[in-house]
Design a binder for this molecule. Structure first.
Ligand SMILES: C[S@@+](CC[C@H](N)C(=O)[O-])C[C@H]1O[C@@H](n2cnc3c(N)ncnc32)[C@H](O)[C@@H]1O
Length: 231
């Protein structure tokens, strides 16, 4: 019905709720829940495993709503943009874990960068650019390299959605020293046995640390970790 909608394209953007299903709407609600948790925590929002970058665009628009004058809220996405790569025997054997799965079209990174810039331009202080970064490459190397290069960068929110053991472990090890009390980590597949590498990596890197972990009330596959806060 969406593809054959009688609604004028100019009116479609303000009427998307006609077509969005609960399974997609809940993803928006999760992103909103996460953003509201970190409004008072300084630092960047990062996503490991962006795919088309919908979450990055949602984060940018929530920044415009919740803290329009906070131009220090850097939003950083890490992805190969060529899909899954490099599996280990600690990973699950879920259908999604196939070489190249979730690959975007070539040059998609440039399109996403432009899209983020357009969203940013429409906000208060929209003339100030440069708060978004898209880092291409294997997260196993790119996230540690990013924090070696930017040791000053704190992390308010890390959305982990690679689902594989090695990149998740490397990302968590690089992010951990940059967390602040109240920083949040979202583990997208924590309760999904088909993607057990994510939970294994988290348990190894966070063993003995002080944190609170909750199952997301919105989507039980996801877990929300709050750093430095004990239950
Ligand atoms: C499930 S998708 C992410 C979906 C996205 N977070 C969303 O909610 O729309 C997983 C992403 O991880 C990326 N990916 C997988 N392994 C990677 C690696 N080792 N380094 C960088 N990106 C990787 C894939 O290219 C894919 O875009």
């Amino acid at each position: 019905m969406y593809a054959e909608s009688p609604i004028d394209p100019a009116d479609m953007m303000t009427n998307l709720g006609l077509y969005i299903r609960s399974s997609a709407l809940v993803k928006f609600l999760v992103i909103d829940d996460l953003y509201r948790r970190i409004i008072d925590v300084p630092g960047a929002i990062i996503e490991c495993g962006t795919w088309y970058g919908q979450n990055l665009v949602l984060f940018e628009n929530l920044r415009a709503i919740y803290e329009p004058f906070n131009k220090s809220r850097r939003i950083i996405g890490f992805d190969t943009f060529t899909g899954y790569t490099g599996f280990s025997d600690k990973d699950g054997d879920g259908e999604i874990f196939r070489q190249g799965n979730y690959s975007t079209l070539s040059e998609y990174q440039d399109y996403l960068a432009e899209l983020l810039k357009v969203h940013e331009s429409c906000s208060v202080l929209g003339h100030i650019h440069g708060e978004h970064e898209l880092v291409r490459g294997d997260i196993t190397q790119s996230v540690p390299a990013y924090f070696q290069e930017h040791p000053d960068q704190s992390v308010a929110l890390a959305y982990l959605d690679v689902g594989l053991y090695e990149p998740t472990k490397a990302a968590l090890e690089a992010i951990k020293p940059n967390l602040l009390p109240g920083s949040v980590i979202l583990l997208d597949e924590f309760n999904w046995r088909d993607a057990k590498g994510e939970a294994l990596a988290f348990k190894e890197v966070f063993a003995g640390e002080t944190f609170k972990i909750e199952q997301s009330r919105l989507t039980p596959l996801r877990a929300i970790v709050t750093w430095g806060v004990s239950r």
